[in-house]
Write a protein that binds this ligand. Structure first.
Ligand code: TYD
Length: 235
């Protein structure tokens, strides 16, 4: 094992690390690259995703993402994300950390701050709800990958429609996409996704544990180097 990887393992062992960011920001790819590098060097890693990651959580996930959110109350939406996360924390994250493993999670409370924040939910209330759902098991480090909304859309293969064409309603937001059927969240408007990006950039101002924002543009290996650089600061 080279010294850089050894130092990286030292920094992240037994830590709970979240990858988050707008749709198409590359967080899942970065989580996978990091997991592989750690596992190849013999580190014990548990990877998970939020919402979902447990049988109960996956059922909640399908209520959220296979559903027309236009009729779902935003409190209900936020509580369902939290419910899935309460289960994930109790069933997967906490036991893995207690066993000294590194937990890498795709999305977490920062997503609720950004996505439900973008439909008007007060981020401070989200933090209070999260305290109820996860107790004090907050991530040790959250890495937000930032990309421009148009670039994120291009990466997930979705093109915004011109206003007025093929519009449908979802949670008070026009549906603006071409291509494969989007999930309920992807179906929200370009403006919604721009607000999401802006809210991701603000999270570090009020989140209770460290959040670093990384430029998600460019080559995946280059972005991985930026991620590793940030994770060295894990305490
Ligand atoms: P997913 O398929 O996991 O998205 P991605 O592949 O982009 O990670 O779908 C999760 C969707 O749910 C995504 O659009 C973000 C949204 N979401 C929220 O609105 N609130 C939340 O708290 C979380 C965790 C996700």
């Amino acid at each position: 094992m080279n010294t850089d990887t050894a130092k990286l393992i030292d920094a992240v062992q037994g830590k709970f690390i979240v990858f988050d960011g707008p749709d198409g920001s590359g967080k899942s790819t970065q989580r996978e690259i990091l997991a592989k590098r750690l596992e190849d060097a013999g580190a014990a890693v548990v990877s998970c995703r939020d919402p979902g990651g447990t049988e109960i959580g996956d059922r909640i996930r399908s209520v959220l993402l296979d559903y027309d959110l236009s009729t779902m109350n935003v409190n209900c939406e936020a509580l369902l994300f939290m419910a899935s996360r309460a289960q994930l924390t109790a069933q997967i994250i906490q036991p893995a950390l207690e066993a000294g493993k590194t937990v890498l999670c795709d999305r977490f409370i920062t997503s609720t701050c950004a996505y439900q924040g973008a439909v008007g939910y007060d981020p401070k209330r989200i933090i209070a709800l999260a305290e109820f759902a996860i107790g004090d098991r907050w991530p040790d480090m959250t890495v937000i990958l930032d990309v421009d909304t148009d670039e994120g859309f291009a990466r997930v293969g979705r093109k915004p429609h011109h206003a007025g064409k093929n519009r449908a309603k979802s949670s008070g937001e026009g549906m603006l996409f071409d291509g494969a059927a989007p999930d309920a969240m992807e179906a929200r408007s370009l403006e919604f996704h721009r607000r999401v990006r802006g809210l991701f950039l603000e999270v570090k101002e009020y989140y209770p544990t460290p959040v670093v924002t990384i430029d998600g543009r460019g080559d995946v290996q280059e972005v991985h180097r930026r991620v590793v650089e940030a994770l060295r600061k894990c305490r």
